[in-house]
Design a protein around this ligand. Sequence first.
Ligand code: ADA
Length: 550
Amino acid sequence: MERLFKTHEIRKTTEVGGIWQFYTAENPEYVRHVVIPSCIETYPGLENYEGRYTYRREVTVEQGGAVRLIFKGVSHTADIYWDEKRVGHHYNAFTPFDIVLTDVAAGIHNLRVEGDNSVHEYSALHIHNDYFNYGGITRPVILEEPGQVYIEQIHFIPEYRDGIWHAHIKVFLHNLGDRVKIHLCISLDSEQVLNRDYDITAGKSHFEETVQIHDAQPYHPDAPRLYTMTARLFLEGQCIDDKIDRVGFRVITVDGKDILMNGKKLRIKGFNRHEDHGLFGCAMPIEAMDYDLRLFKDMGANAVRTSHYPNDERFLDLCDEYGILVWEESHARGLSEEQMRHPNFRQQSLDCIDEMLFHHINHPSVFTWGILNECASNTEYGKEIYIEQLNRIRTWDVSRPLTFASCMIKSDICMDLPDIVSLNIYPLWYHDAEAGEYLQEVYDWIQDTKGKGKPFLVSEIGAGAIPGYITHNDVRWSENRQAEILEQQLEAVLGFADSSGLFIWQFCDCRVPDGGFYGRPRCMNNKGVVDEYRRRKLAYNVVKHQFTCL
Ligand code: ADA
């Protein structure tokens, strides 16, 4: 399943799922037959595989002509071959990419993916970190057969002005032929909002329109009203292409210390969530994603932070549908200034931001974009990078507040940059400090910086527990202790009037590299309130009580 809804009625589109052949570079003779999306680490014997690998299969082109291959996620470096010819390359597991081929004959063709999930020298973002670099074709692959001109993407930015909803619409087209006149119709549910001719050049082009929508029903977490945006493209009177997406009428604003959606103050009660599961690795099926969100809602959580990378679009579709607010962030975690000076770091980061915004901008559940979790925001060079990346996001989207999660307490020099100030704090776990006092101390420090008066989010707070380790003496790493710490942390933050809320670190335990990261027990980051199989820890009911009663 590509999305939670049908994305085309006219364009021919097929998901290239099912069985692929797979082998590793180390052992090419041993060919496995596997279903994708999936992670290499779920193939018996390859639980710890790091290196180069190959997936291949035959695909059928029915019409012939143009073919567009869309890879929603290959982890993490990929070269794509079509009939043994290299036709594409991509870096980063967490963002989609596409390859367009023309003059393709109808019939059977060979598709091959040469991937690499090792921490190779060209990789600035996928490094050994406090999460796991899974390998594989971990998100869906789509094969499209578009006509001469197709709609690449449509951005929909709502604005409420003079008592009327407006939509700023930006249409991205790709004309595979010569200059041509096309006609475009766009409707929201059954109401047509755009109906116009355009003269478009060969290649890629875009144009913008602003339309008014009278009596639009607003989107709000308690009433997540989604509209189906349908675009149809006509050439010489014939509809040759279409694109369907879902949008919502909501605006996010910052007013002093408050974050507002459609003028109503948001109070964030969320989790940080890695895309990670004991059975599936990062290639979670939509049923497993949905189960996670059922637990979110059972605990009274209303938000998720996609720590620390863009998420699978199907998860964002679910969040749109359920009214779960999303802090989506580009890919980076805990990079030092030296790591931020990697020769590929800036471009790989900007590419990730571009792809995240280009593909995810329409999701109404996304209320803020984040960058550079716990990177070098305490250095001048680091500040240059923070400025560059926040500005890059603003070239795509000025409608949402921006933020980044910092751990540089009392040394961060970037507090003037974000719209929302966010800090990762661990009183009672990493800091031997009472939660309320520590929270007040960091907040007072913020008021002495240029973050003064801005909305303040606790972007991470939590404690670890080995699943099943329940003791009579509440020692560190017991579930008892985690529950006690989280209770004090949540009471402090939820009772702190100057905060807009928090994201618990973290929803579920996630895998980390063997021997990496402070030798984490079980080679897991054990701060989940559920383990990697979603088995609940004692903290689960503590969070549920705090989120539903406070
Ligand atoms: C940091 C980091 C998280 C995780 C957490 C922890 O705040 O942002 O990714 O590593 O610490 O578990 O210590």
